[in-house]
Design a protein around this ligand. Sequence first.
Ligand SMILES: [Zn+2]
Length: 104
Amino acid sequence: MGWEEMNTRVYPCWCGKGTFTEVSEMDDWNRTRSTRTINCPECAKKEEEEKESLKKERERLNTLEKEIKNYFEDHYMREWLACFATAKNKKRSLEVIGRPRNED
Ligand SMILES: [Zn+2]
């Protein structure tokens, strides 16, 4: 139950000074995967940095999302719910959020 190498390709790297190798493999269930090895120290470093900054960006967005949620809950949730407290049915709810009623 292993991966069998199907294809190995060598491409020039992004900066043009080196290469990267892409190896495609297939297992017994015909699943495929490919792994890329960067053979250029410069590009390898660059990719590592990009991964790192992507990770940081994702963490930043996660934090931001949490802050927004907390802010919304702290400042608007009560008012938001109060808006709907007066709406006893769906028709009233639609009026509260400003959707025009169907003209009779
Ligand atoms: Zn390179």
